[in-house]
Each structure stands twice: as C-alpha cells, then as structure tokens.
Design a protein around this ligand. Structure first.
Ligand SMILES: *[C@@H]1O[C@H](CO)[C@@H](O)[C@H](O)[C@H]1NC(C)=O
Ligand SMILES: *[C@@H]1O[C@H](CO)[C@@H](O)[C@H](O)[C@H]1NC(C)=O
Length: 315
C-alpha cells in the first residue's frame, strides 16, 4: 500500500517535472515576420546613447531595418558623417507585440553588432520596470569580451553562486536600485559568445527559459556538436530538460521569481556610447571620445548589425 502510494507519488512528481520542461511553439518569427511581430520604438534612448531610433517606415526606407526571406537585420547607418549638434546615428529598437510569462525563447542569430561604441542587447522587460523584471539574454559593449546574461528586479532578489551553470557569476544582487543597477549577472564561458568572435564563427543559438522557479540561459556556437536538434531544427515541441547545463542559472532560492517577474516583452536594440559603452569606451581601448567617434567614422559601423535567422517562442 505504502509502496504503491509512494510509487504513484513519484510518478506524479515525475509528470510535473516533465510537464515543466515541455513547451510548444507559440510564435515562429523570421524575415518579414519580425515587422508584424515587433514594433519599432522611435524613442529617445533611455541610456543616453549617441543614437537616433527610427520608426519602422523610416527604418525600412533607409535600409536600417531589412527583411527578406529568412533574413532580418537591424543595421546601423554606416555611410553618414554626423553633425555634432544633430541627432545620433540611425539605428532601431524593436519590441515584441506579445508578452510572455512562463516561456522559452530561441534566437538563431547569424551576426550581432560589433565594434567600438556599439551596445547591442537582446532582452526582456515588463511594463513597470524594475518591478516586473528584466532578463538580459545577450548584452555587451564595444565588441569586447564574452556575453553576459543579467537579471534586474525590484527589491529583495539575490542569487546564490549557482553550481547548475557553466558560466561565471559576476553579481548576486538583482535589485536595480543597488550597485548602480549592475544587476545579478553571469558571463558565458565560451569565447565565441559575443561580437567578432561570435560573428566569425557564423553566430549560433541563444535560448532562455523562464519559469516561476528558475531562469536559465544557454548558448551554442554555430558548429557546436552539442546543440540539441530541437534547437537547431526549430522543433515545434521542445523539452529543455534534455538540453544540458545552461551557462546561466538563476534559481528562486533567494528570489521570488513569481512575484519579481510579470509579463515581459522581448526587446532587440542597438545603441552607441551611452551609460555603459560610453563609460568604458576609453578603458576598452577605443579612444578618448565616444560621441566624436560615432559622429565621424561611419565606416566603423559596417559590422554594427544584427542578423536574425529566426526567433521562436514556446509556451
Ligand atoms: C538596450 O538594452 C539594454 C538591456 O540590457 C537596456 O539596459 C538598455 O536600456 C537598452 N537601451 C536602449 C537604448 O533601449
Ligand atoms: C539593404 O541592406 C541589405 C542587407 O544588408 C543589402 O543586401 C542591400 O543591398 C541594402 N540595400 C540597399 C539599397 O542598400
């Protein structure tokens, strides 16, 4: 009796665990699909970058946003010398029309912006920042170093140094009001996870899973034999429990993820200089004045573009 009860219980627990890791595709976006699934935000850069974010109509007309076949690009203006007193360099910031809670997003990316002054990001954020959370999936500046995944939340959310990840914890306090909004971050241990080394390798796949008990982020370089076929083939159903150890694992042991995170939108942006890239422009070997660099060197932005093969969301 007892044995049979505990057997039934373990089956039920197993079913819950399997349930939690299995998802079905809800949004499958590529090429011109990005133009209807995302809205261009022609806003002033909240991080004070030397950028001019265009509307979708302007971005398409100026070829800053380009969609064709299975290619979707956001590419910086790489031809115009800017007046120091005029607007910043043309670029785009796009936000998904749909919001997601428990979900997985898989991004198949061929190229990301690289070079001095660039600050690209692919991330998620709620309506009432920071109280509905922020998950930075891909972020870095000036084309330097490896990728970092970071959470930014309201008060009362910290992370242990997780052993369930292959990356390196670089911050444990997720509260956006602490430490100048550094957040709780984890750097990826793969050298080809960011900028030119990512691009020279043909890019790869980033995936993020958010549940009420953990947030995980994975990266597989383009020719990595360990990429799950569910990811590389964009399967209609996925089971994240078969994917191996993520590079970043944010558990809920010291953070109530269910209350710190609300429905989030996916945002893809490319700014220049600003609060982060500008602040470390000189120390990262890019020169003395970030804004002048952006104004006067359009050709330096020929590799400052995102190229997405697809972005799929599973719920
Ligand atoms: C771009 O993305 C990052 C997310 O890491 C965010 O902190 C920043 O505010 C964004 N910048 C713009 C200009 O949207
Ligand atoms: C627009 O951008 C695409 C992708 O980079 C490029 O192939 C195409 O030649 C560009 N079109 C024009 C008119 O510059």
């Amino acid at each position: 009796m007892l044995t049979s009860l505990s057997f039934t219980l373990s089956l039920a627990l197993l079913a819950i665990q399997i349930e939690a890791a299995t998802y079905h595709v809800s949004d499958s976006i590529s090429g011109t699909g990005f133009l209807s699934a995302f809205t261009h935000q022609a806003i002033a850069d909240p991080t004070h970058g030397r950028v001019n974010y265009l509307s979708q109509a302007d971005a398409l007309a100026k070829n800053i946003t380009y969609a064709n076949g299975n290619t979707f690009r956001i590419q910086a203006d790489s031809t115009t010398v800017l007046s120091a007193s005029g607007p910043g360099r043309n670029s785009a910031r796009i936000m998904s029309n749909n919001q997601y809670s428990t979900h997985v997003v898989i991004m198949d990316i061929r190229h990301m912006p690289e070079g001095c002054s660039t600050w690209p990001a692919a991330w998620e954020v709620g309506d009432n920042w920071p109280n509905e959370g922020e998950v930075d999936i891909i972020e870095g500046v000036n084309g330097v170093g490896v990728n970092q995944a970071t959470l930014h939340t309201g008060a009362g959310c910290t992370m242990p140094s997780s052993s369930a990840q292959t990356g390196t914890t670089v911050g444990t306090d997720c509260n956006a009001n602490d430490n100048g909004n550094a957040g709780c971050g984890v750097t990826c241990n793969k050298g080809n996870s960011f900028a030119s080394s990512f691009n020279n390798n043909g890019g790869g796949w980033y995936a993020m899973e958010r549940t009420s008990s953990y947030i995980n982020v994975w990266f597989w370089p383009r020719n990595d034999g360990s990429v799950p076929s569910q990811v590389s083939n964009a399967a209609s159903s996925i089971d994240t429990s078969t994917w191996g150890t993520p590079f970043a694992n944010f558990p809920n042991s010291q953070c109530n993820l269910a209350s710190e995170f609300g429905p989030n939108n996916i945002v893809i942006n490319l700014t220049f200089c600003g609060d982060w890239a500008g602040a470390v422009f000189a120390s990262q070997g890019c020169g003395s004045d970030c804004a002048s660099f952006v104004n006067n060197n359009p050709a330096a932005f020929q590799k400052a573009y995102w190229d997405f093969a697809s972005l799929n969301v599973y719920e």
